[in-house]
Design a protein. Structure first.
Length: 221
């Protein structure tokens, strides 16, 4: 049995926003096959821009893992995540071609810009390792939970969208998210009350940004 840590406690406490982030109408529409392709194209273009901004964020997590973590394996987990972003960017480019989305003309919407500004603030050297690890876990876990849902039994996910769902919904990504969660939990066990307050706040804010991010797909432009 997995030990219950702070993160599970916080997820229970903030269950409604967690569900809003992991079962958004856009994700549910992929799963039930009713998805509007212009929404998917909007998400694809916005997420490509997001992921480009996520790379320096993960790089800053990597630096903290090297400097502030007492465990040498933390660095390897984060490095694995950074390496998979390399494949991910290539994947986005192929999808862009497939769906006729020209990334060079995509304009970041407000929710995207705000999310990226939030990530930039977290990249400061002042932000404590347990706090950035909690944020990192939440960002990855929302995509893992959302896209895994599109592949669960009974799905009617359109075959041309299963590539996206497998990217984040596969078992390897699930295991990787668990590794990040275990790192975060270990750090939180030894954190001060002040750091715990900060980590919980950052967790909720990630979930809010993720909801706002999915919401952009409604615009469908
Ligand atoms: C808005 C958002 N959140 C999380 C992820 C998943 N991490 C890397 O790909 C993502 N692609 N986009």
């Amino acid at each position: 049995m997995e030990k219950r840590g702070m993160i599970d406690t916080w997820i229970d406490k903030h269950r409604s926003i967690y569900t809003a982030a992991t079962r958004h109408a856009f994700v549910v529409s992929i799963r039930d096959g009713s998805v509007d392709l212009s929404s998917f194209r909007t998400w694809l273009g916005q997420d490509y821009l997001f992921v480009r901004g996520f790379v320096p964020f993960v790089a800053s997590v990597l630096i903290k893992a090297c400097k502030d973590s007492g465990e040498s394996s933390d660095m390897e987990v984060v490095l694995g995540g950074l390496a998979s972003l390399n494949d991910e960017i290539e994947w986005f480019k192929k999808e862009g071609t497939k769906w006729d989305v020209d990334f060079s003309t995509v304009v970041p919407q407000n929710a995207n810009q705000e999310y990226r500004r939030f990530l930039e603030a977290l990249m400061s050297s002042e932000v404590k390792y347990p706090v950035i690890m909690t944020a990192f876990w939440a960002i990855e876990a929302v995509y893992q939970e959302s896209f895994a849902h599109c592949l669960e039994d009974g799905n009617k996910t359109p075959v041309e969208l299963t590539g996206a769902c497998h990217r984040w919904g596969n078992d390897g990504f699930k295991q990787y998210c668990l590794s990040v969660k275990n790192i975060a939990e270990r750090c939180l066990e030894n954190a001060s009350g002040e750091v715990l307050v900060e980590a919980e706040d950052v967790l909720v804010r990630v979930l809010e940004h993720e909801v706002a991010f999915w919401e952009m797909s409604r615009g469908g432009q």
